[in-house]
Each structure stands twice: as structure tokens, then as C-alpha cells.
Write a protein that binds this ligand. Structure first.
Ligand code: MGD
Ligand code: MGD
Ligand code: SF4
Ligand code: MO
Length: 909
């Protein structure tokens, strides 16, 4: 037995937010976790020097939080409602698992899907896929189960980085887009609050880059911590970033000399030279049907992939061709006038002058020109750099987009403009430029370079959900209908959570024409997510949750979502449970490593109370539902993170019996070791417990997609979105053939060259629908990250609260000091913020660093059940936002934005 006084240091990982995983060591004294420390053994391989951020320092308190749920519980009050006390009473694990298994077995007996064709079991996991690094082998149980609806959202995706996820991955395998920070010299950051959201690695990389001289221009309505330590702050009006970015493109195309652009990159590595016909589609070779370009060498039209050609970047040419549109329709044939896609773009951008943009986004004309000129000057067009012995283009300029720029109306246009800005100077996927982190939709999953497979027309393959008559999905597989409505969401394991996940909630009471009636799931699993706080229109959402027939919540403390649960299961938390995950390579937010491998999260201390390791719960549920064989088979196939049968060895578990937790992870550890060492090593669980991690080198040249594109003879599908425009027409036809006209506004987003519109208008229109108007409700309410909080995941930690309260803005709603003075509001005064439908109250925090027309509510608070947090008195904008079709863009996302009225209160009632 370990003596009580013994001190140990136990290596583990933190993945509390999407900017991880990061590595730490926990000091354990006498069986009690007492301190979180950096993992200096990982310093040489971890891009954050083996350090963790403040949130990880909260893990000790998280473990010993007196408010934890430490036994299984069941509801005794059959009435569910916010005002109803659930009457949770402790029960044994056996009783809890019997309750759940009985439900599951009854569902299995009736059929996995219901009368509408939707899965009877639903499961929601929160924050950007991080729960997967805590739920052990639960995915294997779900795989063994069969159809599950993962599409009841909580805000991730649709109010997150949605357009970037879909378009970024489509264009350059960038589920998340990042600057190549270690080499970048000039960064335009539109609302990317990296100093709060980038995690320990992002912040470390940016601090070094700034010390080195990288100029960061922060474009956003309020001066975030990121703005505060940037070289320049550009306070633009909310939801007008597209205008700013379009004007930058205008300057580069219409004011700068062509020689400032990377003409070679544009001509050879993008679709810019493709000839566009009179109907807006590519002109194609009549026989091969390949898009044509004009070859300056032979002065003739040739298929884009003809060896030895010199593509004309600009101009119009009369060529013998065929123009093919949606559903394969022949639009024109014969001698046709084709203009290059680049020329089309130049014409398209002519009207988006800085003068025009200034009137939209409220950024001075001179600032727009200054930023455009600096970007061009810093782009180093023509320069190269040696990486891993390869000569690559060096383009140290990038544009990043933050959360609200990235989703909802305008998201497409901003993502397009950002990516076009990169292509203009050849800064896409090259050292110093704008690069992607990982893939989540393309296959093979998480293998970015490998996933860049040749597709149609010389571009990368991307498995869009089909829109042709034969294959379009008229009957959705899950309630949010992503396969029916969103071709770009694709159909991989992550796609359900990247569909319009608010529709699952919205359609419960009113399913639009053409879709099978949206039903309540018979059983809903919830883990590490709190939609009753994190999503939009949280009041109405909670009311719907109250109508779910059977909710099983894995619970840390009581919270606003598990308030509606029927059974609470206490899971062993971060420092109490076991799992091996992949680390390294490239991953969001700025996790770019020179190494890759695995890290173990291990029980640093014994679970408190009756908390149980997720793997044990999964194994038990599989046994009680007769699914052990399928469950173990799923683990063998890799549902635990590593396939057990690898190229060098087979550690597969026998499928005829329920495995012990440690046996599962021992096998996974051995398979990981073997994979990592090409069969040379087979370290088991004990080795990993001692060492915590193992890695091997990851070539830096693999941070960039450009070499793969060259190698495979591929072009980036920019600037002209011919394929998407065709897909949009096809989608419209399919919907209309089925009497569905409610998606027509969204269909307009499918444009080959996007137009810049008033993207804030739908939010004003929504307000008007509710009886308000722009004048009566003059403020935009927006939100921002807090470095100290991981969403609402760690609001229950007193130490985190203490740290955060020292950072401006955490005690209330930030507003402009001069406006406050006009309204007679002093710092700390009670205020009410309202829409015609709802109100929130809080304290005013006065700052100069915010636009007069903008209010900002940091984070997601407004808790009413979570212990400690429910006493913060800090409001949440989510109580004021609404869920609506009109606020949903074509990719199925919306934005954290709402138009409000503000008034002073005598006191908070
Ligand atoms: N106002 C506002 N709302 C937002 C955003 C915003 O910026 N502002 N951002 C949006 C975005 S981008 C996202 S991705 C979503 C994220 O929103 P969600 O995915 O819903 O995440 P959280 O609110 O962090 O919910 C985490 C829940 O898990 C519980 N929990 C924490 N640790 C454990 C544990 O160890 N075990 C168990 N069983 N439970 C645990 C916590 O108590 C909490 O209730 O929020 C969205 N909502
Ligand atoms: N510490 C911490 N880190 C996190 C998370 C966390 O909860 N905590 N969550 C992770 C997740 S899931 C996500 S999605 C990311 C989010 O990462 P970011 O997008 O970097 O985070 P936010 O601070 O929410 O972004 C809001 C910023 O955009 C600005 N903004 C609001 N509206 C507009 C607009 O219309 N235009 C412009 N230009 N700016 C605008 C705000 O002023 C604010 O500075 O963070 C990730 N990292
Ligand atoms: S950045 Fe995120 S994952 Fe990394 S230590 Fe902080 S909370 Fe943990
Ligand atoms: Mo997010």
C-alpha cells in the first residue's frame, strides 16, 4: 500500500476546451490531488511547452467540488418544468442501469426508428467534440446500438465556426482555419478572439509571433483581450465583415498593380483560368467534358489538365465547347464566348469599393486601403522558404475569422472572401499563410493530406450530400434533415452535429411541409452539454426539454439541462478516469505539432463517491441490452480510438464476453504503441500510466496542403463556385418537386460569386416581426469568449470565478462609456436589456473599447440550477435570441446576435 504521506506526480491530459489537448502533471499527496503542474517531460514535443491554461488549474476543484452528483439518482416528480423540483433521490447503480436498460430493450423490441423514420434514441454531446475524449468506449456502445440521432444541438456548430467548417473543409481541408502563426508577419483577424479562445498553444504561438514582429489587426465591434494586445483595432459594425473583406479584394483587384498578385498561383493552382460560359457554368470539352482554359502557348482552348499549357488568367475567348448546368442539362453548345473565372471575379468585385464598404461597415476608407496595402506589401509574392528540404512558397499573410463572422448569414461570403484573399497572393496552404488544421467531414477522417483526393474538374473530391433526382434524400435519417437540406454537411460521423441542429428543436412543434413529422426521441442521452443555457431562445428550449419522455444525463453537478432528466449518472471526471487519445499532428485551434502520438488520461485519484468510469458504464449497458458482441467488435474496429488489429499486431478482444475496463485500455495502449513504433514496441497500460505520452516526429511540411495539391495535380476550387451554384439549383428543384418552398431564401446563397448584402438585416426583420424596430431597439448585443471559462463547463468552480472576475467584463454587460453617460448609467448600475419577447437584467460595465451601438455579454451564464453559477447574477444573451428559419443560412447555421433595447433599472428585481 502507498504510504499516506507519499507524494506522486501523475501525467495526464486536459481537453476541457477545443483548443486542447494539453498535457499536465498532477501532484498527489496521500491519495489527494493537490496541484496541477506543467508536464515538463512533454515540453520538447508539445507546442505549448508542456503547459496548460488556467482552466486546467481548476481541475483540482472540479474533482473535490462539494456540489458534485456522486450517486446515481432518479426523478421522483413526474412533472417536468423549470419551476418543478425534480425530486432527485439517490438510487443504486443497479437500479439506474436497470431503468435505462429496460427502456432501451423496450425500444429495441419496437424498432430502432419510429413512425417518422427517426431514431428513437438520441444523444447530445457538447463543446466541439471534446466530450469524446472523456467518454471512453461509449461510442462503441452507440455503434453497437445502431441508429442514433446525434442532431439535437446545443449551439456548437450552428453558432460556432459553421461556415468555416463546411466551406473551409471543402476548399482546403480546413475544418478550422488558422494562420501559420510561427511564420506569419501580417494577420487580419476578424473577430477571432485568439487570446481568449486559442488555448495555451494558440496564445503561446501568438505571443511569440508578436514579439517577433507579426502585426495583428483586430477587426471587431468590441475591444477584446485580443484587440487589446494587437497592433491595431478596427471597430466595425456587427455582421458587416463581408463588406470590409470585399473592399480589400476590390483594392487588390482594381487599385493594385496585377504584379502585386501571385499570378502564377492563380493560373496554375486555382480554377481562375477556367472559362465560364454565357449561362455561368464552365465551358467544357465536348468529348471529355473537362473544363476548358485558354492556352496562351498554343493560342487555343484546352482541357484544364493538358500538360505543358500556359493558362490565360484573364480575358474572354470564343471557343468550341459545351456548357453543362444542373442535373446535367446542356445549356449551350457550339462556338461560345467564355470569360475566365478570374475575369468574372474582377468584374463582380468592381462595385465593392472602399467608399461603398465604409458606409456599410463603418470603417474609414483610409483604414481599408491601409490594411489592403499592408497585406499586399507583406505577402512576399515570389519568395520561397525551405521546409524539410522542400522549397515552398513563402507568403506570411493571413486572415482569420471568429465565431460570429463565421456562421449565419454572411458566413459564406466572409469565408469566400477570406479564402480568395489568400489565393490572390498565393498564401493558401503555404508557409506563413492561411492554412487548415484538420478534417472532420472528408475521409479518411483526421488525415488531412490523405483526404485530398482527386475529384471532378481538377479539384479535390468532396462527398456532398447528393442533389440529383435519384439519390437526393427525400426522407431524412434524423430530425435536423442535414442530408436533405445541406449538401456541404456531407454524411460522415460528424455530419449530424453539423446540420441545422436547432431544427430538431424547432420542428418538434411545427414540422415544415415535406418532412416527416419531427418526434420526441423515446430516450435522450446527454453528456457534457447544457443546451438549456448554451443554445438560442433558451426559455422555450427548456420547455421543450421538459416534454422529452426519458432523459438520461451523465452528470457532474445538477445543471439546467439535467434538471429535466429522469436518471442522473455520476461519471468519473477528468482526474478520475481512463482513456487514451491521439495527440499531435495538426488540429484546431492552433495545435500544430512537430510530433504525433498518444496521451493517456488516467485515474490520478480514485473516483469520489459512486462515480463510475464511462467505459465501465458502456460495457454494462452493452451487457444489459444483449449487445456485448457488437460492442467489443466496435472496440476492436477502433471505436476506442485505435483499431486493435494493426499492420503489425492483433490485440483484438474476445467478443463473447464483457471486457474489464483495464483490459480494454491495455489492448488499446498496446495497439497504439505498435502503430507508433511500426510494430517494434507493444507497451501496455502500466507503461503508459508511468510515461503518460509517446510521440514520433511529424514532418512540418505536412502542415501545408500545397505540396500535396502539386503532387496530385489538383487546383483549389476558387474563386468561382460553379459546382455549388449547380448544386443549389438541383437542391431547389428537388425541394420544389416535393412541395418544399420554405428553404428558398437559403437557396439564394448558392452563387458562383457571392454578392455582399446587408447581412444584419434578417435580425432587424426578426425584431420587427416581434413588434420592435431599429429605433426602439438601437443596440446590437453580441458575445465573446472568456479565457477562464470553457463555455459553461467550468462555471461551478469558485477558483475560476475568482480569476475571471479580475478580467474586465465578467461582472456584467459591457457598454460604451459615453453612451452610458448619455443614458445616465454609471458603472455597476442595474440595467435591463430586452427584446419585445424577453428581458435579462444585470450590471453595466463601462468601457471605451466598444462601439456605441454594441453591447457585449461575455460567455454563457444566466444559470438557474448549476450550483455556485446560479448566484453569479450575470445574464446570458441566449435568453433573448430566437430560433428561426429566417435566421438560418444555407449551411444551416445562425449567429449569436440580437437587436435589443437597454434601460437603467433602479435595482435588479
Ligand atoms: N452566450 C453564448 N452562448 C454560447 C456561445 C457564446 O459564445 N455565448 N458559444 C456557443 C458555442 S461556439 C458552443 S461550442 C456551445 C457550447 O455549449 P455546450 O456544448 O452546451 O457546453 P457547456 O455549456 O460547456 O456545457 C457543459 C456541461 O457539461 C457539464 N460538465 C462539465 N464537466 C463535466 C464532467 O466531467 N462530466 C459531466 N457529466 N458533465 C460535465 C457542465 O456542468 C455543463 O453543464 O455554446 C454556444 N453558446
Ligand atoms: N477559453 C475558451 N476557449 C475556447 C472556448 C471557450 O469556451 N473558452 N470555446 C471554443 C469554441 S467551441 C469556439 S467556437 C471558439 C470561439 O472562438 P472565437 O471566435 O475566437 O471566440 P469569441 O470570443 O466567442 O468570438 C467573438 C469575438 O468576435 C467579436 N464579434 C462579435 N460579433 C462580431 C462581428 O459581427 N464581426 C466581427 N468582426 N467580430 C465580432 C467579439 O467582439 C469577440 O471578440 O473558442 C474556442 N476556445
Ligand atoms: S487550452 Fe483547453 S485543453 Fe488546453 S489546458 Fe486549457 S482548458 Fe485544457
Ligand atoms: Mo464553438
Amino acid at each position: 500500500m502507498t504510504p499516506v504521506s507519499a507524494t506522486r506526480r501523475v501525467p495526464t491530459y486536459c481537453y476541457q476546451c477545443v483548443a486542447g489537448p494539453d498535457l499536465l502533471t498532477v501532484k498527489v499527496q496521500g491519495g489527494v490531488a493537490t496541484e496541477v503542474e506543467p508536464n515538463f517531460c512533454a515540453a520538447a514535443v508539445h507546442p505549448g511547452g508542456g503547459k496548460v491554461c488556467v482552466k486546467a488549474f481548476g481541475l483540482i476543484q472540479k474533482t473535490y467540488n462539494p456540489n458534485r452528483v456522486l450517486t446515481p439518482m432518479k426523478r421522483t416528480n413526474p412533472r417536468k418544468g423549470r419551476k418543478e423540483d425534480p425530486g432527485f433521490v439517490p438510487i443504486s447503480w443497479d437500479e439506474a442501469l436497470t431503468l435505462i436498460a429496460d427502456k432501451l430493450n423496450a425500444i429495441r423490441a419496437t424498432g430502432l426508428t419510429d413512425e417518422s423514420g427517426y431514431p428513437r434514441v438520441a444523444a447530445s454531446f457538447g463543446g466541439g467534440g471534446t466530450p469524446q475524449s472523456y467518454m471512453g468506449t461509449f461510442p462503441a456502445f452507440l455503434a453497437a446500438w445502431g441508429a442514433v440521432d446525434f442532431g439535437f444541438g446545443s449551439g456548437q456548430g450552428v453558432k460556432c465556426y459553421h461556415s468555416e467548417h463546411l466551406y473551409g473543409e471543402y476548399w482546403h481541408r480546413a475544418f478550422i482555419v488558422s494562420a501559420d502563426t510561427p511564420l506569419c508577419n501580417y494577420l487580419i483577424s476578424c473577430g477571432s478572439n485568439i487570446e481568449a479562445s486559442g488555448g495555451v498553444v494558440g496564445i503561446w504561438r501568438h505571443s511569440r509571433a508578436r514579439a517577433r514582429g507579426m502585426k495583428r489587426v483586430q477587426v471587431e465591434p468590441h475591444l477584446s483581450v485580443t484587440g487589446a494586445c494587437s497592433a491595431q483595432w478596427v471597430p466595425l459594425k456587427p455582421k458587416t465583415d463581408a463588406a470590409f473583406l470585399f473592399a480589400l479584394i476590390h483594392v487588390m483587384l482594381h487599385e493594385a498593380p496585377r504584379s502585386a498578385l501571385d499570378l502564377d498561383f492563380l493560373a496554375r493552382r486555382t480554377g481562375s483560368p477556367y472559362l465560364v460560359g454565357p449561362n455561368g457554368c464552365f465551358l467544357r470539352d465536348r468529348i471529355s467534358r473537362k473544363p476548358l482554359v485558354w492556352d496562351e502557348a498554343s493560342a487555343s482552348a484546352c482541357p484544364h489538365d493538358t500538360p505543358g499549357i500556359r493558362e490565360a488568367l484573364e480575358g474572354g475567348y470564343e471557343v468550341d465547347a459545351i456548357e453543362i448546368g444542373a442535373d446535367g442539362d446542356v445549356l449551350a453548345e457550339g462556338l461560345l464566348l467564355g470569360q475566365t473565372a478570374f475575369t468574372r471575379m474582377v468584374q463582380h468585385m468592381a462595385s465593392y469599393t472602399p467608399e461603398w464598404a465604409a458606409s456599410v461597415c463603418d470603417v474609414p476608407v483610409a483604414t481599408i486601403r491601409q490594411v489592403a496595402d499592408e497585406y499586399l506589401a507583406e505577402a512576399c509574392v515570389g519568395q520561397t522558404i525551405e521546409i524539410d528540404g522542400k522549397t515552398l512558397p513563402f507568403r506570411p499573410v493571413a486572415v482569420t475569422l471568429g465565431k460570429t463572422v463565421n456562421n449565419g448569414w454572411g458566413g459564406y461570403e466572409c469565408c469566400w472572401a477570406r479564402t480568395v484573399l489568400a489565393t490572390l497572393v498565393g498564401a493558401l496552404e503555404v508557409p506563413g499563410g492561411t492554412i487548415g488544421t484538420t478534417v472532420r467531414l472528408a475521409r479518411p477522417m483526421s488525415q488531412r493530406l490523405e483526404s485530398a483526393r482527386p475529384g471532378a474538374d481538377g479539384f479535390m473530391h468532396f462527398a456532398l450530400n447528393p442533389t440529383d433526382k435519384e439519390h437526393w434524400s427525400a426522407r431524412p435519417n434524423i430530425r435536423n434533415a442535414y442530408r436533405t437540406l445541406v449538401p456541404l454537411a456531407s454524411d460522415g460521423p460528424w455530419s449530424q452535429a453539423l446540420g441545422p441542429t436547432h431544427f430538431s428543436w424547432m420542428f418538434l412543434d411545427a414540422t415544415p411541409t415535406g418532412l416527416p413529422r419531427v418526434t420526441f426521441p423515446d430516450l435522450w442521452f446527454v453528456y457534457r452539454t447544457n443546451p438549456a443555457i448554451s443554445f438560442w431562445e433558451t426559455g422555450a428550449l427548456a420547455d421543450k426539454m421538459a416534454r422529452f419522455p426519458f432523459v438520461v444525463a451523465f452528470a457532474y453537478t445538477q445543471d439546467e439541462t439535467n434538471h429535466f432528466a429522469d436518471v442522473l449518472l455520476p461519471d468519473a471526471v477528468d482526474l478520475e478516469s481512463l482513456q487514451l487519445i491521439r495527440i499531435g499532428g495538426t488540429k484546431y485551434v492552433e495545435q500544430f505539432w512537430d510530433h504525433q502520438g498518444f496521451a493517456l488520461r488516467q485515474p490520478v485519484v480514485a473516483p469520489r463517491g459512486e462515480a463510475r468510469d464511462f467505459t465501465e458504464v458502456a460495457t454494462e449497458l452493452a451487457a444489459r441490452t444483449g449487445l456485448t458482441e457488437g460492442y467489443v467488435r466496435a472496440i476492436n474496429k477502433g471505436a476506442g480510438g485505435v483499431p486493435l488489429k494493426g499492420a503489425h499486431a492483433d490485440f483484438s478482444l474476445p467478443t463473447d464476453r464483457a471486457p474489464e475496463r483495464d483490459a480494454v485500455w491495455d489492448a488499446i495502449c498496446r495497439a497504439a504503441s505498435s502503430e507508433l513504433s511500426d510494430g517494434a514496441e507493444q507497451h501496455g497500460l502500466d507503461w503508459w500510466k508511468e510515461h503518460g505520452l509517446a510521440t514520433r516526429p511529424f514532418p512540418r511540411s505536412d502542415w501545408y496542403l500545397y505540396p500535396t495539391m502539386v503532387e496530385r495535380g489538383l487546383r483549389f476550387e476558387l474563386p468561382y463556385q460553379e459546382r455549388l451554384a449547380r448544386v443549389g439549383i438541383e437542391l431547389g428543384r428537388r425541394l420544389h418537386e416535393n412541395g418544399m418552398h420554405w428553404w428558398d431564401e437559403q437557396l439564394k446563397e448558392y452563387q458562383a460569386l457571392p454578392a455582399c448584402k446587408d447581412f444584419a438585416a434578417p435580425w432587424v426583420a426578426a425584431l420587427e416581426k416581434d413588434g420592435g424596430c431599429g429605433e426602439s431597439h438601437p443596440f446590437w448585443l453580441i458575445t465573446a469568449r472568456s479565457m477562464q471559462y470553457a463555455w459553461g463547463g467550468n462555471v461551478g468552480m469558485q477558483m475560476i470565478k475568482e480569476v475571471a472576475d479580475n478580467i474586465a467584463g465578467h461582472r456584467g454587460v459591457i457598454m460604451n462609456g459615453s453612451v452610458a453617460a448619455e443614458l445616465g448609467i454609471a458603472d455597476g448600475d442595474a440595467i435591463e436589456i430586452s427584446t419585445p419577447r424577453a428581458r435579462i437584467t444585470g450590471r453595466a460595465v463601462l468601457r471605451q473599447g466598444i462601439r456605441p451601438d454594441t453591447l457585449l455579454a461575455i460567455g454563457q451564464f444566466g444559470h438557474w440550477a448549476t450550483p455556485l453559477a446560479k448566484d453569479f447574477g450575470v445574464p446570458n444573451m441566449n435568453a433573448l435570441t430566437t430560433m428561426r428559419m429566417e435566421l438560418t443560412d444555407a449551411t444551416g447555421s445562425g449567429a449569436d446576435l440580437v437587436r435589443v433595447k437597454l434601460q437603467r433599472l433602479k435595482e435588479i428585481a
